[in-house]
Design a protein around this ligand. Structure first.
Ligand code: DX5
Ligand code: ZN
Length: 222
């Protein structure tokens, strides 16, 4: 597995000075910018939409990793493509109310990195049929909707299974990722780490990113 990819989640950023936050985290060594889109229906929280993604697009050249925690993602995909998303990840749960095959093709046809994700409560069986059709599997390590939650180590068996099924795709983990949980995620096969609180609530963003990347268990140092 190549370099570990660090994707700070701007959900934890100080939105009153978003431009500084984006420039600061990019200078600190971020590889991607993770954008959490919540609609108050698929998850019990509301975050931001394509307009904010467009603003972030204008602030950085880093890849934008858009995580859609919304119902009817297929209806909104074109707006996030237009906003400048490089990667779009949709949920596999029936509660997301979209035709997963169709939406994955829609993202592919738009030239974006195709991501699929499952909640901790969701069986791996639901994503297995798609493993050869996606560029990235996002294994949620918290139930989606809020930052600052505790990492669920029981989800590592899904990471391990996914990596055993496909040695090429990106495997992303999201939720409760910090210097203590980064290593076990990478040891099980993840190569993309989303982190909100552990970066944006840190005094030194560069040190926080180095710790995520340089955890003793992380053999694939960036
Ligand atoms: C939660 C989001 C995560 C969250 C991560 O639903 O998908 O990206 O912002 O935040 P931390 O790293 O604080 O758990
Ligand atoms: Zn996320």
């Amino acid at each position: 597995m190549g370099k570990v990819i660090i994707a700070p989640s701007i959900l934890a950023a100080d939105f009153s000075r978003l431009a500084q936050e984006i420039h600061r985290v990019e200078a600190a060594g971020a590889d991607w910018i993770h954008c959490d889109i919540m609609d108050g229906h698929f998850v019990d929280n509301i975050s931001f939409g394509p307009e904010i993604v467009t603003i972030v697009r204008g602030l950085t050249g880093l890849p934008l990793d858009v995580h859609l925690m919304i119902e009817h993602a297929d209806h909104y995909v074109p707006r996030f493509v237009k906003a400048g998303a490089n990667s779009i990840t949709v949920h596999v749960e029936p509660g997301a109310k979209h035709d997963v095959w169709k939406t994955l093709h829609q993202i592919r046809d738009a030239g974006c990195h195709v991501g699929l994700t499952l909640n901790p409560e969701t069986s791996f069986d639901l994503v297995e049929p798609f493993m050869e059709k996606i560029d990235m599997l996002l294994v949620m390590t918290v139930h989606p909707g809020f930052g600052g939650q505790s990492f669920r180590a029981d989800q590592m068996q899904k990471v391990k299974r996914a990596r055993s099924l496909n040695g090429k795709i990106d495997i992303e983990v999201d939720g409760g990722i910090n210097a203590d949980t980064a290593g076990v995620s990478i040891e099980n096969g993840a190569n993309v780490l989303v982190a909100g609180t552990s970066i944006f609530h840190a005094k030194d963003y560069a040190k926080a990113i180095r710790e995520l990347r340089g955890h003793p268990g992380n053999r694939a140092k960036g």
